[in-house]
Write a protein that binds this ligand. Structure first.
Ligand SMILES: [Zn+2]
Length: 121
């Protein structure tokens, strides 16, 4: 019996938001697409409702796969890891020089990790 690792919820939030927005477009705005097309002001949004939801689902699923792959790698100690929770680190961001320069944000605990430890400086 495994326990739920709550650190893994945060990396999946963007994908969950994309899927939730796609759900809202499909099941809330989808039935309204006919009346949207009839409206002179909202007619331009009617094709948007049908075309964007599948795209959001595809992007959300790709993001879930990517996050799962990153968490799988972090679980095996591969890649750059957070020293507090050993979660995967995100892309490098340009930081302020007064605060130590470039940094990466942990995808699990949102901690900022300075570039010096992982670059070995
Ligand atoms: Zn962390």
């Amino acid at each position: 019996m495994g326990t739920i690792d709550f650190r893994a919820i945060r990396p999946y939030l963007p994908a969950a938001l994309l899927l939730g927005f796609a759900f809202a477009l499909t099941f809330v705005l989808g039935p309204l697409a006919g009346s949207l097309a009839a409206s002179p002001y909202l007619a331009q949004f009617a094709p948007f409702v049908r075309a964007v939801a599948p795209l959001l689902v595809a992007v959300g699923l790709l993001h879930m796969l990517w996050v799962s792959w990153q968490l799988w790698r972090a679980e095996r100690g591969l890649g750059l890891l957070c020293d507090a929770c050993s979660g995967p680190l995100g892309f490098e961001r340009v930081g302020r020089a007064s605060r130590g320069g470039a940094y990466r944000k942990c995808r699990c605990c949102a901690r900022n990790v300075n570039h010096r430890p992982y670059e070995g400086l």
